[in-house]
Design a protein around this ligand. Structure first.
Ligand code: KG4
Ligand code: ZN
Length: 350
């Protein structure tokens, strides 16, 4: 079954064709990054307007690159939650129109479940490890979400922990913006850190009071990293404009950000006995996170191919295939939602 997947939840206008939930025949991602860079963040109004202009061409290109005519598409999947409402509605409306015009099945998908699904995709060159067996621990790290869960199937997860304030990718973006390292911040900090000393600055791990042992917090780290810039100034040392200082800040911040993820993750590994960890989301591209997890003895750590970490249509087409296969369909009246609307496990989590 060849499924067209459409993703417009944030600032990537993306479409892909995936066969049988695994073989990616095409994956087109038109990024709006240059249009939001001046604002150091995604401007919802700009995002939805650009999706409206681009969606037709992006879908057309995805079908063309798959080597197909539109009438060879067997079903359509689209992100309907969570995300920016105006942006979601563009992809959702287009997907409905495409499915209705061709009289093919249509299904809506959850963006976060799709990120976790991404590691089950084989990339266009055919390279991918065998899909991980359920259950496993899922680590979702993106610009809008930071979540750890137990995954029992592609559509069945139990949320164990989430961030109580900022998302990890958001912290990368904010720190990078403050220091002028680049936008978006994740890739910029990752790159700068390669030559920095992760021990140069000590940023404390957050204390999460009365909370859940798998929760995360990034606002304290973000503030500490930003305050460090003020310390440079207050101490009369001027801006940290030497390349080394910037690289050291980047590497130290990145280490602390990953330490926060791993502290909760290791607790969950210990408590659940699950030793397979599947990551997903834009920050799953982070090379330091990948290296740290790969070095843990006894842990099987699985990451999506790099091209499927950030927002893309292939993960939507991939997960949608499984819904369509078992006969699930969404009505043409289906709506979009900015919220994940997911309940977490009761305290203790397991
Ligand atoms: O999944 P995604 O494309 O969009 C959301 O659903 O939010 O994630 C985007 C986020 C951004 O915050 C970006 O800075 C971060 O992923 N990111 C990274 C890296 N590449 C992208 N964070 C850390 N290291 C990276 N290499
Ligand atoms: Zn995402």
């Amino acid at each position: 079954m060849k499924v067209l997947g459409i993703e417009t939840s944030c600032d990537e206008c993306a479409a892909a064709v995936v066969e049988d939930g695994r073989n990616v025949l095409s994956n087109v991602v038109a990024t709006q990054i240059p249009f939001h860079a001046a604002y150091n963040g995604v401007v919802p109004e700009i995002a939805s307007r650009m999706h409206t202009e681009w969606i037709y061409g992006v879908v057309e290109e995805a079908v063309r690159q798959a080597g197909l005519k539109p009438d060879r598409i067997d079903g359509v999947g689209v992100t309907s939650r969570p995300g920016l409402l105006g942006s979601l509605l563009v992809g959702l409306s287009f997907a409905k129109a495409f499915a209705w015009a061709r009289n093919i099945p249509f299904i809506t998908a959850d963006h976060l479940l799709a990120h976790l699904y991404a590691s089950r995709l084989a990339d266009t060159a055919g390279a991918a490890c065998p899909p991980p067996a359920y259950p496993f621990l899922g680590l979702l790290v993106s610009g809008g979400h930071t979540m750890m869960c137990r995954a029992d199937d592609f559509d069945r997860i139990t949320v164990l922990g989430t961030t109580i304030d900022d998302a990890v990718g958001e912290a990368f973006d904010k720190v990078s913006c403050y220091y002028g390292m680049g936008y978006p911040g994740g890739a910029a900090i990752d790159r700068l850190s390669q030559e920095g000393d992760p021990e140069a600055f000590r940023f404390p791990l957050p204390k999460i009071k009365g909370g859940h042992r798998y929760d995360f917090s990034y606002s304290g780290l973000k503030t500490a990293a930003v305050n460090q810039l003020d310390l440079f100034r207050v101490r009369g040392r001027g801006e940290p404009d030497t390349k080394d200082a910037i690289k050291d800040i980047a590497a130290s911040f990145q280490k602390a950000a990953v330490d926060i993820l791993l502290r909760s993750l290791f607790r969950a590994v210990e408590d659940t006995g699950l030793t397979t960890v599947v990551s997903g989301g834009g920050a799953a591209a982070n090379s330091y996170l990948r290296g740290r997890l790969a070095a843990v003895p006894g842990l099987r750590s699985i990451f999506p191919p790099l091209g499927f970490c950030g927002d893309n249509g292939a993960m939507i087409a991939g997960i949608s295939y499984h819904y369509l296969l078992r006969g699930d369909r969404s009505p043409l009246a289906a709506g979009a939602s900015p919220n994940a609307g997911r309940r977490r496990a009761p305290s203790g989590g397991l």
